[in-house]
Design a protein around this ligand. Sequence first.
Ligand SMILES: [Zn+2]
Length: 334
Amino acid sequence: MAVIWEQLQQYQPVAMKMLANSIEKGRVAHAYLLEGQRGTGKREASLLFAKSLFCFNRDGYQPCGECSNCRRIGSRNHPDVHWIEPDGQSIKKGQIEALQAEFAKTGVESRKKLYVIVHADKMTTNAANSLLKFLEEPHTGTTAILLTEQLHRLLPTIISRCQVVSFQPLPPLLLANRLKEEHIPPHLAMLTAHVTNNYEEALEWSRNDWFAESRKIVLQLYEALNQNEVQALLFLQEKWMPHFQEKQQVDMGLDLLLYLYRDILHLQLGQREHVVYCDRLDDLRQWALACSQKRTINNMTTILQAKARLNTNMNVHLLMEQLILNLKGGTTFV
Ligand SMILES: [Zn+2]
């Protein structure tokens, strides 16, 4: 289903407001540069902007989404709207020249023309120089939209010819909602949205078996800790260590454990909406009742200390054993 303006506005209020204003006030710039991480909605915004510009039944700044222009733009079949994407690793000079040749003609159906360059930072030097000339002599009715995840890789001369619109990384709750729209189960969506604020990365983690297993092991470790020290140390030996082998993996495991303690703290503070392990709410509530806030905060400090020690040369097995003893005893690293 195509994204509508309101949806994108929730994620990117500032960027979408800028684009909406230029359409509503009839002040469309010659070139826009949409910059921001992957998955922040730059492509969707370009598509909506193009539709708004060409729509036959526009309502304010919003395209109808139904007219023949909206539909053809949606299916990338509109003769006056062109998309340039990297051909292999880069966008080549020939691609920009072909675009220029196309734009030298008047609009096929209207006087307006629009082109979108996806991954504009992947233009070769020659391509970038050709584009620069093109941007320096704008044709009336021509609009350029450049997209990039790496603003610093673009020529400053190109950036200065564009109106820069920044797309912000998504806050966890919004990112989780986007993941749920992709049918990711809520408990995985919430957790991955905290592990990264990059949509694509979060989507990959949500579909990663190792990650799903990690989550289970972290919950099981907590349960073992609730039993007794011996159980927890045994669990460490048998389940945790074989699963979290590389330092990066251990670091991830500790992050997941930290989120679990943070959930308990959130419940102790009455902040249910922030809970990440949302499928285990009943257990979490019990665990939150079974210990004090002070103890929870103490345990979170201990996990953060363990994370810091991972970067030293300390033996990981010893580190984890010490962590378990500290969590069980309510003490911190010395
Ligand atoms: Zn329309």
